[in-house]
Design a protein around this ligand. Structure first.
Ligand code: PDD
Length: 279
């Protein structure tokens, strides 16, 4: 694989980052994941916009223009022959002697991009079956709207889910579902689509924004509000969205079937619309 590191395109085994990088020492960095379908980047503009917002919230500036960033994405997709897959982008506050205080503002940010090939990403057999989730308390920090690389808690949640025979975890705060470990969470009740409102408690998903737009265009009733775990257990359908899963049905929560325990019609329809409209 060819990867991008600080202005250079290198074979992955030649690409290096300093041991003093603040991403490594402090998780002082942000990231984006953009999917690629048929060689086409999905919703790049949305990811670039959110990246800029994440950086701004942490007192960092975009290290290059959106056009330059797009050119790097495209070159990596081409050079690595990515038909279906992902482009991962990470920007950290750069390398400096270890200190909690930020380094001087002229310290160059570290910019890394690489691709992952995922043949058949859009026609994953998992989407036909749906996934099982467990609920866990949301023990992340309070600024989940910033897409930082502090992913240990979500990682632990995913491991716990796997240990319990499930696929993923939904996180619960004050009895309400915030989101999945790496995706936004939705339920459907009596034809109404319900997903948590935007705020600092969740990541503002790029896929979420697109799916809600398509749902409204298709005259579906949408409520952006928090919902409880009990509401989710009694829902007709549940699903998640993210750049890497698109719309993915959830068929059970904590071992309880949602609806009839198979992917629901709303989730299936939104997945089709999303894939048709994005490709
Ligand atoms: N995760 N919520 C969280 C906590 C996430 O990490 C993600 C994305 C989402 C969905 O956002 P989007 O629709 O913009 O992908 C919601 C990415 C895919 C990841 O960490 O791999």
């Amino acid at each position: 694989r060819t990867v991008y590191v600080n202005g250079e395109y290198l074979p992955e085994h030649q690409a290096t980052v300093s041991v003093f990088d603040r991403g490594f020492l402090f998780a002082d960095g942000v990231y984006e994941v953009t999917s690629v379908l048929g060689g086409k980047l999905i919703d790049f503009a949305g990811h670039a916009k959110r990246l800029e917002r994440s950086l701004t919230e942490l007192g960092m500036d975009m290290p290059m223009t959106e056009e330059d960033l797009l050119a790097i994405h495209r070159r990596l997709v081409d050079d690595n022959g990515i038909e279906d897959g992902l482009v991962y982008l990470q920007i950290t506050r750069g390398a400096a002697d270890r200190d909690f205080a930020y380094p001087a503002p002229d310290t160059p940010l570290t910019v890394v991009l690489f691709t992952q090939t995922k043949p058949g990403l859009a026609d994953s057999p998992v989407a036909k079956k749906g996934i099982k989730v467990i609920s866990i308390p949301d023990e992340r920090w309070g600024r989940r709207d910033i897409k930082t690389v502090q992913l240990l808690y979500p990682s632990m949640g995913k491991m716990q889910a796997k240990a319990e025979g499930a696929d993923d975890a939904w996180m619960i705060e004050d009895g309400h579902v915030t989101e999945g470990t790496s995706n936004n969470a939705y339920i459907v009740k009596d034809g109404t689509l319900i997903t948590r409102h935007l705020g600092t408690e969740i990541l503002h998903g790029i896929t979420r924004a697109a799916v809600l737009r398509f749902a409204r265009e298709a005259q579906m009733k949408v409520e952006e509000r928090s919902f409880t775990l009990d509401e989710a257990l009694a829902a007709d359908e549940a699903f998640i969205t993210s750049a890497s899963t698109f719309v993915m049905p959830v068929v059970s929560i904590d071992g309880t079937d949602i609806g009839d325990g198979t992917p629901g019609p709303v989730a299936k329809r939104l997945r089709e619309i999303y894939l048709d409209e994005s490709r």
